[in-house]
Every structure is written in C-alpha cells, then in structure tokens.
Design a protein around this ligand. Structure first.
Ligand code: NAD
Length: 468
C-alpha cells in the first residue's frame, strides 16, 4: 500500500532533531537527524563491507533490485512529491514536485537498463587490447537543495548500476526529502548498499578528504566544488563536479517570439529559477527586444505563485532566506544602476516571507551584478544586442559554462551560433531539456565530468586496460 507523508515522516523525522520548516508557510515539517563525522565513518565502513557482494551480483542481478526500487518510488510518488513540496517549497504541479519524483523513476529505470561491456580498442596479431570498466568502490554523493531527490538519483543510480555502494549527504536545507527517498529505495535494496548521512557542511567536508571514499559525485556551488577539489587532492579521489551555472540564451533576429515565449519563460523560471541549468541571462536582438520583454512579462502575470500544495500554483517561494536575499540584492542593484524593472522587483510579502515574484529586468548591461552573478531565482536580466558576434562574445565571457541556448526559426543560423557557444550543453529552441541517455555536465567554472547514460556509468568506474 502506498505510504502517506505521515508514514514517510514517521520513518525519517526524529524527536530531538533539527526542525525543518516549510518555506511557503513557515510551518514545521519535521525534525531531521544530524549525523556526526563518526557516524559518517561508520556508514562508509558499512557500505564498503557491502560492496563486494553487491558487485558480485552482476548487472542482471543488480538490475532486478534497482527496477524494484524504481517501482517503489513510483508507488509512493504522491507522498514523496508532497513531502518534497513542503520541505523544498516547489509546487506539486508545473515542472516541479510531481515532475521531479517522476524524473527519479525515469532516471532509475533508464540507468539500470544500461551496462558497460569491455571495449576492444586494438585487435592486431601482436596486440589485443581491451578497456574494462570496474566499479570504483565506494561513492560519496553530496547534493544541493534545489532538486534534492532528482539529483540524488542522478548520483546514486549509476553508481549502484555498475556495482558501487553509496553514501549520500543531502543538503542541510532538504534532508527529510532525501532521507525519505533513500528509505523507499532501501525497501527494495540489500542492506548497506546505500546509506544516507544527514548533516551539515562538516559532513561534506569530511567526505571530500575521506580515505574510504573512492569517487565523489558533487552537485552544488562552484565555491564548494573548488574546496572539494582541494581537500580531496591528497587521496586523489576521483571527482565529478556539477557546479553553478549562469546560462546565456541568444534570440537571433527574425525569430517568431510568440511561438517560443513559453519555452523561454520556463527555461528561465523552472523551479522558480532555482535550477542549475536555467536560462539566467537572455540576449535579444534590438529588432525584437521589446516584443520579447513584453511576452515574458505577460506570461509572468499569468503564472500563479504560492503555497506548493495548492494545485493551482506553478511557482513557489525561494527555498531559503540566504537565496531570497541574493535575488533581492541583485534586483535592487540592477535598479540602482539604471535598469528597468518591467514586472516584479519587490518581495511578494503578501504570499509569505520567502516569496519573490517573477522579475523581468530590461535595459541592463553586461557587467551589472544580475548579469554576471548567478541569481538562482525568479529574476531574469534581458540584454539588448545589435550584432550577433557581440552577443556570442558576451555569452562566452563568463567563467560559468553549464548550459546555453539559441532561439531561431532558421536551423542553419541556430546551429552555427550554437557551435560557437562555450557551455557543456547547448540547446536550440529550448533551455535545460535533459534526457537520461544524453550526457550532461559543465565546462570551465561549471565543473567537470559527465552524468547520465553510458558516460555517466563510466564516471563511477575505474578504467582498466587488458592487453595480450
Ligand atoms: P552548496 O555548494 O552550498 O552546497 C551543496 C552541498 O555541499 C550541500 O550538501 C552542503 O552541505 C555541501 N557542502 C558545503 N560545504 C562543503 C564542503 N566544504 N565540502 C563538501 N561539501 C560541502 O550549494 P547549494 O547552495 O546547495 O546549491 C546551489 C548551487 O548548486 C548553485 O550554484 C547551482 O547552480 C548549483 N547546482 C548545480 C547543478 C549542476 O548539475 N551543475 C545542479 C544543481 C545545483
């Protein structure tokens, strides 16, 4: 029988734990356990002990467990989505909580259906060489608070598929959702192949330097990613670093704005803008500048924002005060530097303490903080350009390089522009669209390593060459 939110909270909330509040209402959701570094050491030892037997099951044996785990997530999807909505703030509807839990199921199934086989790289009379991929061993998974369940699955599913065992460290802002998800997974999995260690930044920091962790999957800010790279250096721990983005989009001249407006809107405001690969600065040719600004402002007015449990809402609060303050500061700075606030621009205090409305910032220049820094919230700067080369140069001008997009009804012009953009993923006429079989990862300051599909499996393995 499917579990309820109360059932899930009964399993993960602890009486003497740290209180977690709903960012939409301020109400208490539950109390999270806070583990110590000694608890982390014990968890690493337990998953290490479980790893050889898990690897020994082979792909087919592990697949049975993982498909059953995906079925359990699907059976309990509504309760998981409701808990996620209450803790993270994202609405049930729109590309939000139900969508996120659905993605967990889809990624689990797609990933578990894959397997790595040895590649023959040379086959000559005196040299037969094969590239094998063996499980790395113990994988540490450190995640952020914006898509907490989905990103946990992105880290855990490939690792378990290839025969690694995993220790998960959720963000301190969304620990209950991740613990509930791991509980549901563990109803299907053998003991100790996946353990969760809720706790603060000290737990993440210890994972980064932990000699018992062979591979670390990190998704979070660029600053933390760099700290992890430094503290993991002594052990030469293998890393996948999925870091912050500041994705540019370029609308080429002559584009049918009405046809693309809604995709532009959701490219920027998916999860109320709290998405790593969201559209965070939009370059629009002067010939269509006002048309694009008006279309986005019009859509903003038609999208209900509020408590995530209200079925009508598709936009929610900022998840935490720190992020709310970043968005408010960047909009205020843009206003002070002469930008035009077309819609939004002041906290939506009538909805609650952490609500900020969709804000379209026009007549803004490169070099303004809201363009150059990652806002990670519902405020989009729209920059006017007159020459496509200049727009490309500006788009490539920042260190962040997770995603980028080109918008045009001329496929050749779109492709030619896309090929010049420096980002790990470049989309045409969409932004942020991902697929479990299509590799995803950043370049430059957005990190390194690929997730998803076959490349994602390789990233949680060690390559070993066999030559005869
Ligand atoms: P964050 O870096 O503050 O925290 C992420 C995780 O790292 C948390 O679990 C935190 O406890 C842990 N941590 C903190 N200090 C640590 C340390 N010294 N060593 C190890 N772990 C430590 O990031 P956040 O605020 O949770 O997430 C927002 C950021 O994440 C944004 O910049 C966003 O763009 C980025 N992000 C990137 C992707 C991607 O796929 N590239 C996806 C989602 C979010």
């Amino acid at each position: 029988m499917p579990q309820t939110v109360t059932d899930l909270l009964d399993r993960v909330s602890v009486e003497d734990g740290r209180p977690i509040h709903d960012p939409a209402t301020g109400e208490l959701v539950g109390h999270t356990a806070e583990h110590t570094v000694e608890d982390l050491d014990a968890a690493v030892a337990a998953v290490r002990a479980a790893q050889p037997a898990w690897a020994g099951l082979g792909y087919a044996g592990r697949r049975e467990y993982l498909m059953r785990a995906a079925d359990l997530v699907e059976e309990n999807a509504e309760a998981l989505a409701r808990l996620l909505s209450r803790e993270q703030g994202k609405p049930l509807n729109g590309p939000n909580a139900r969508f996120e839990v659905g993605a967990c199921v889809a990624w689990m199934r797609a990933t578990a259906s894959l397997e790595l086989t040895p590649e023959v790289v040379v086959d000559e009379p005196d040299n037969h060489s094969e590239l094998h991929y063996r499980p790395a061993g113990v994988v540490g998974a450190i995640g952020p608070w914006n898509w907490p369940m989905m990103i946990t699955i992105w880290q855990v599913a490939p690792a378990l598929t290839v025969g690694d065992t995993v220790v998960v460290k959720p963000s301190e802002y969304t620990p209950l959702s991740v613990q509930a998800l791991v509980c549901v997974l563990n109803d299907a999995l053998p003991a100790d192949v996946c353990r969760v260690v809720p706790g603060g930044r000290d737990i993440g920091a210890r994972m980064a330097e932990h000699p018992g962790i062979d591979k670390l999957m990190f998704t979070g800010s660029t600053a933390t990613g760099k700290a992890i790279a430094r503290s993991s250096a002594d052990n030469l721990t293998r890393l996948t670093l999925e870091l912050g983005g500041n994705d540019a989009g370029i609308v080429l001249p002559g584009t049918d704005v009405a046809a693309h407006a809604e995709d532009l809107f959701w490219g920027a405001f998916l999860n109320t803008g709290q998405t790593c690969a969201a559209l965070k600065r939009l370059y629009v040719h002067e010939s269509q500048y006002e048309e694009v600004v008006d279309a986005l402002a019009g859509l903003a007015a038609s999208m209900p924002m509020g408590n995530g449990l209200d079925e009508a809402n598709v936009l929610g609060p900022l998840q935490n005060k720190q992020q709310f303050d970043i968005v408010a500061r960047l909009v205020q700075d843009a206003r002070s530097s002469g930008a035009r606030i077309v819609t939004g621009g002041e906290p939506a205090a009538e909805l609650g303490d952490l609500f900020y409305p969709v804000t379209i910032v026009a007549d803004v220049l490169d070099g303004t903080a809201i363009v150059d820094e990652e806002q990670f919230g519902p405020a989009l700067p729209v920059i006017r350009y007159s020459d496509v080369d200049e727009a490309i140069e500006a788009a490539n001008g920042l260190d962040a390089a997770l995603g980028a997009s080109v918008w045009s009804d001329d496929p050749e012009a779109a492709r030619a522009t896309a090929l010049r953009l420096e980002a790990g993923s470049v989309w045409i006429n969409k932004h942020g669209g991902i697929h479990p079989m299509v590799p995803f990862g950043g370049i430059k300051g957005s990190g390194y390593g690929l997730e998803f599909g076959v490349e994602g499996l390789k990233s949680v393995c060690v390559p070993v060459v066999l030559t005869s």
